[in-house]
Design a protein around this ligand. Structure first.
Ligand code: WTA
Length: 631
């Protein structure tokens, strides 16, 4: 199923559009099914109701583990690189991983988990995180992984939204020279989570934690009580595989739901093709498993293809900004898949960290999460790929399950800052505000997808109407991505960024409404408005305009307090970069905040604010501009 020439790409693309069911039916033959499907696809974007491989039975872990045992049982599945480079790395072969997943699956059962139960995973980037994820899938439980940077309140909201029965965590996590007390955070969260019956705790940083009798058990003790034989649960292709929460333009994150069959086929197919993965190669994706990139391209995609996937616990700058390059050299990494924010951050240290590093193993480079600027693209190309490694700039979303628009390594001619062309099966369309198609090349518009693909979300957990409203109602019969997009004269796509109230900070999606809600929870804050502004490293920074009339003491202290509130409510990732205290916000007569004006001010471009005559109180704008100059 691997595309090896541009001609083949064109042929496959054509076939995938003209006869999608045949195309995906053939791709799906490359996976292992317990029972075949009776229908490849039925769909309707209005409800929406999407079914792939209807009637088929499978277990994704048989595809990621069991089926490789006979031929590649001794091949490395996961290479774990610890936060501290002085510590030994750990290699798990397919045989070892299979054994540990089965054993931990039995631990889950022993603790009352069964098919369909939701299980929250809040763990450091250690092999046991991948094991926990796969063990859930093994028994048909639905995992909801929460990134280790989220606060107790964010965790509790997510656990309650999907009524998780079990939590899997660790005593703590290392991130560079910091330690994060994961279990303490979970303890705070669980005070408000009545559905959680058990919490399984992995020992990792060896810090003392409190263990609640009857609820908390140690991972290390539990695995001693079970064996490593666990037959995989038979799942329907459309049974839920996982929930992953993501931010949107309203205050509350939504639980994006992916199902077993379609997601597996899509993650596996895109992994194999986009990175042109070759047997025996070492592939390193630097994302965290807490985000969709880690789900699809550290765990499910690579393992379904029998690949060797590097799992890195730490951060790019610890103990020095050479760390990525040390890992590449040490494990002879062939494919490096990372984020523009990491590239820009490493670029800022100059060439010194690269001196003497052997990067000759690198064959393919990848970028994901946000638009990559040309400067970062060229640096990545020249300094890391030595002009020889194609860069795949992969555009996709939590909701799409896998890569949608991207070059195919060694096949598609790349172009700096362009995600280039849609993968086979993907039918993008640009529309104007009213949903009219913008045809032809050399045009810009809102990016939609007009035909289903196997990896797409099926619903948002517990609230199907929200899924419909968010993605399928803006434009009739189209999936709306929320992104703006340019299609150039060559028909190449370039994603220009979100067109809704969602920020992309260091590749992390954060809703402005979510940050505003958090700031407003701070006592004394009357109102706030949050916008994004261009940030050299993060891509976008968070700028908060805050009304705080009875602020006591120093402004700087109050800012610190607000930052702490945001950390408590959401997590440190959502802390504003700039806070400006104001006495009013620019509003229309109907009370809507005019973010367009605030965005301009945040960008420092106040020369042309457009029409301000419809404002309730135009003088407030002058005042904000003056204050912003002093920030
Ligand atoms: C943005 C991450 C430009 C985009 C996989 C999208 C990108 C959002 C790219 C999804 C890219 C992702 N070029 N923008 N290559 N990749 N984005 O759900 O705005 O965390 O809508 O999924 O990131 O973020 P999410």
């Amino acid at each position: 199923m691997q595309i090896t020439s541009f001609k083949q790409y064109e042929e496959d693309y054509k076939k995938s559009v003209e006869n999608p069911e045949q195309f995906w039916g053939e791709v799906a033959q490359n996976f292992q099914w317990r029972k075949p499907w009776f229908k490849v696809l039925s769909w309707n974007f209005n409800e929406p109701n999407i079914k792939w491989f209807e009637g088929a039975k499978l277990n994704i872990t048989e595809n990621c583990l069991d089926r490789h045992l006979a031929t590649s049982g001794d091949k490395p599945a996961i290479i774990w690189e610890p936060n501290n480079p002085e510590e030994e790395s750990v290699t798990l072969t397919y045989k070892m991983l299979h054994e540990r997943v089965c054993r931990f699956a039995n631990v889950l059962k022993r603790n009352g988990a069964k098919k369909g139960d939701r299980i929250c995973i809040y763990m450091p980037m250690v092999p046991e995180l991948a094991i926990a994820v796969l063990a859930c899938a093994r028994i048909g439980a639905v995992h909801s992984v929460i990134f280790g940077g989220f606060s107790a309140k964010s965790i509790a909201d997510r656990i309650n939204d999907s009524q998780c029965k079990l939590v899997i965590t660790a005593d703590g996590a290392y991130r560079g020279n910091k330690q994060i007390p994961l279990k303490d955070v979970i303890d705070d969260a669980l005070i408000g989570c009545p559905t959680v019956e058990k919490c399984i705790v992995l020992t990792h940083v060896r810090t003392p934690v409190s263990m609640l009798k009857g609820r908390d058990v140690w991972w290390e003790d539990e695995v001693k009580h079970v064996n490593d034989i666990c037959e995989a649960e038979e799942m329907d292709a459309e049974d839920m595989l996982f929930i992953l929460y993501t931010s949107g333009s309203t205050g509350k994150p939504k639980g994006v739901v992916h199902t077993c069959g379609g997601y597996m086929v899509y993650a596996g197919y895109t992994f194999s093709n986009v990175f042109n993965y070759q047997p025996g190669e070492v592939y390193f994706c630097t994302a965290d498993i807490g985000w969709i990139t880690g789900h699809s391209y550290i765990v499910y995609g690579p393992l379904s293809q029998g690949a060797t996937s590097v799992l890195f616990e730490g951060i790019p700058t610890y103990p020095s900004p050479s760390r990525f390059w040390d890992i590449v050299e040490k494990h002879k990494v062939n494919t490096l898949y990372t984020a523009p924010t990491a590239i820009r951050s490493l670029m800022s240290y100059g060439e010194e960290p690269l001196n003497g590093k052997d990067l000759s193993s690198i064959r393919v480079l990848g970028s994901v999460g946000e638009p990559i600027n040309e400067e970062a693209w060229h640096w990545f190309d020249e300094k890391i790929g030595h002009g020889k490694a194609p860069i795949v700039d992969t555009w996709w979303q939590t909701e799409t399950g896998g890569i949608m628009i991207s070059p195919i390594a060694t096949v598609t001619k790349t172009k700096p800052s362009f995600a280039t062309l849609p993968l086979p099966g993907i039918q993008p369309i640009l529309v104007d505000e009213n949903g009219n198609e913008i045809a032809g090349n050399g045009v810009m518009g809102n990016l939609c997808i007009k035909f289903p693909w196997p990896g797409m979300l099926r619903t948002t957990y517990g609230d199907h109407e929200r899924c419909k409203q968010t993605y399928f109602s803006t434009y009739e019969n189209l999936y709306f991505t929320g992104d703006g997009c340019l299609r150039d004269e060559d028909g190449y796509y370039r994603i220009t960024g979100r067109v809704d109230d969602v920020l992309n900070v260091s590749g992390h999606r954060i809703g402005t409404a979510e940050v505003e809600n958090a700031i407003n929870m701070h006592a004394g804050v009357v109102e706030s408005a949050v916008v994004g502004y261009p940030h050299d490293v993060k891509g976008q920074g968070i700028y908060a305009f805050v009304i705080y009339p009875e602020m006591h003491g120093e402004a700087e202290l109050s800012k610190k307090d607000i930052l702490q509130t945001v950390s408590r409510v959401i997590g440190a990732i959502a802390k504003p970069d700039k806070i400006l205290f104001v006495t009013g916000l620019p509003k229309t007569r109907s009370g809507k905040i005019m973010r367009r004006i605030l965005r301009k001010i945040a960008e420092g471009d106040t020369s042309n604010l457009g029409d301000t005559s419809t404002l309730l109180d135009p003088t407030v704008v002058e005042e904000i501009i003056e204050a912003s100059k002093k920030l």
